[in-house]
Write a protein that binds this ligand. Structure first.
Ligand SMILES: Cc1cc2nc3c(=O)[nH]c(=O)nc-3n(C[C@H](O)[C@H](O)[C@H](O)COP(=O)(O)OP(=O)(O)OC[C@H]3O[C@@H](n4cnc5c(N)ncnc54)[C@H](O)[C@@H]3O)c2cc1C
Length: 239
């Protein structure tokens, strides 16, 4: 790891580097990479073995592997940037809060991204803090003439950060406070008077399931118009 930057008190940016990144190709926004982190804060990275149904450490524990958005990939410098939300109690979050320059992680991927509909007359991008890196990439690639409504749920207002500028974007931040994750996001989306014809949503699984139902069952949208992704599950580790 080459650089670490605190974007907000809840978002740590990591610039990973190394010749191993050569050959990584990311050609769609909102794609993903898998990050293997050390088994404990301060421990050395341990490469796991595939047992046939999980990646396992020598201790017999499941290897800590988590999914993140490859925010920037610099193929000349072999640098990959990821932005990690720091929250209460999670292997990746604990790692992000304590990591130092020079620490090692391993990366695999990429996973499927999102194909922007450049013909769409307007867009809705909605998500929680984990979706900010993907939403930022989408804002960078949606045509500058396309109106984009951006709804983002944050736990507190100090998690708000500068998004890439887009001439036609209207961004609103929704503080969720201590409510069940996704409460503010679900309300923000379902309250919209009109739904744009192209929609991308990501965040807590139960919350985005409510949004999915709303879009498909109540607003009658088709699967091709709305992409809705669960990025994490409240109360459940991603392992
Ligand atoms: C395609 C994709 C792209 C993603 N991109 C990003 C990204 O760019 N940046 C990013 O930060 N995350 C991203 N995520 C989400 C990230 O993978 C999860 O938040 C992951 O669970 C974090 O791992 P952890 O070890 O910190 O917590 P886990 O061990 O998975 O979970 C431990 C506990 O923490 C809770 N928890 C997990 N995540 C959060 C959270 N964000 N807020 C509050 N509580 C949480 C869980 O419910 C559980 O109770 C992405 C997920 C997917 C599927």
């Amino acid at each position: 790891m080459e650089r670490i930057e605190s974007l907000t008190p809840r978002m740590q940016r990591f610039v990973l580097d190394g010749p191993e990144l050569a050959g990584l190709v990311i050609d769609e926004p909102a794609s993903s990479v898998r990050l293997l982190i050390p088994p404990a804060v301060g421990a050395a990275l341990e490469m796991p073995t595939w047992t046939g149904n999980q990646f396992e450490l020598s201790s017999g524990d499941r290897a800590p592997i988590r999914t993140f958005t490859p925010r920037f990939l610099d193929t000349d410098a072999n640098e990959l940037t990821i932005d990690v939300v720091v929250h209460d109690g999670g292997a990746a979050s604990d790692w992000a809060a304590a990591a130092s320059v020079g620490d090692e992680v391993a990366v695999s991927g990429p996973g499927r991204g999102y194909e922007i509909d450049t013909d769409a007359s307007s867009y809705l991008l909605a998500g929680d803090e984990t979706a900010i890196p993907a939403i930022s990439q989408l804002l960078e690639q949606i045509p500058v003439t396309t109106p984009v409504q951006v709804l983002i749920e944050v736990v507190t207002s100090d998690a708000e950060l500068d998004l890439p500028s887009h001439d036609r974007a209207e961004v609103t931040w929704h503080d969720n406070g201590d409510d069940t994750p996704g409460t503010a996001l679900v309300a923000a989306v379902t309250d919209l008077a009109e739904m744009p014809p192209a929609i991308w949503v990501a965040g807590e699984a139960a919350a985005v399931q409510k949004i999915r139902k709303h879009l498909f069952d109540e607003r009658g949208m088709s699967r091709s118009e709305a992409t809705v992704r669960g990025y994490w599950k409240h109360g459940r580790s991603a392992t």
